[in-house]
Design a protein. Structure first.
Length: 95
């Protein structure tokens, strides 16, 4: 995690994020960008509970986003497709 003495990201992380945003990241840049988001921005590897309630709430919010990203990255696409098909079927008007 960045400290007050260090920049919030490395040059390679910034390059990876910029390439990802442009849609032309290499596979290595994609992995580097996702790892930075999950590990540094969302602070998944770190203990969420801090001394103050506000700091704890901020950290838990960051980690919530990280867990949602992880869930999407590791989702079973077949099950997700079936679940959305069921939702669409329930939305269809009855004849």
């Amino acid at each position: 995690m960045a400290t007050k003495e260090t920049p919030p990201y490395t040059v390679s992380q910034a390059v990876a994020m910029q390439a990802l945003a442009k849609g032309d990241a290499t596979p290595e840049q994609q992995k580097r960008a996702i790892a930075w988001i999950q590990n540094e921005v969302c602070a998944l590897p770190f203990w969420a509970y801090k001394e103050g309630q506000r700091e704890t709430d901020v950290m838990l919010g960051r980690q919530f986003v990280g867990h949602r990203l992880h869930a999407a990255i590791t989702a079973n696409i077949s099950k997700l497709t079936a679940a959305w098909a069921a939702v669409e079927k329930r939305r269809e008007p009855h004849a």
